[in-house]
Design a protein. Sequence first.
Length: 217
Amino acid sequence: MITYMKYFIVAITAILISCSDSNSRDKETISEATKQYEETDTIQPILDQRKATSYKGNIFAGLMLGCSKSDYDRTVKQFIAEYDNQLYIEVDGHPRSFPIRSITPKFYKNRLSQLEITIEGTHAKYELEPIFIEKYGKVEENIYDKNWVWNNMEIILAIHRRTEVDPVKYFGTHSKNNPVYFDEGSRITKIPGYTVILYKDLNLLKIQNEEMNKTIV
């Protein structure tokens, strides 16, 4: 039990929550905006303040956006080996884990420009949401997705809904009591959707888009 708890604590620290120094900086930079929010009952000052600052902390598994492909490969390989490709959090004082469906990076000139983590099922979004809000600050209310935007990075926590299969067209009978959904291609699943965590390096993506536009012209 002691070994498991040590494992769980390390997982929470290394996987989801960035270093404590970064957390302190984030809280300091939006403290004034938080006061304005409380006084004016609008979240816009918080959003504006966040957009005016840069995010300098780690993201998933201790990665840094902008890192090299070799650093990325080494970090993700270690994460999968140590945590069995599971995302660990604590909910109401109890440890929870979510099997990771996929980890998809994008690189620009050997630098990590985007990272997408998907978790099967939509429930993960709702359980991760309060942890993200505590870490990154308040965001606009939206039942399906939340996003945090700095001047150099964006984080999106969202639900991706799958398309329900037409039971008459595909099975020749009605099955509304047991709906199924399209997954990828022609695959079918009973799970209506999945949770997406997306990290985007806005500076790298901007440079990449500008170069692509020049090539097109």
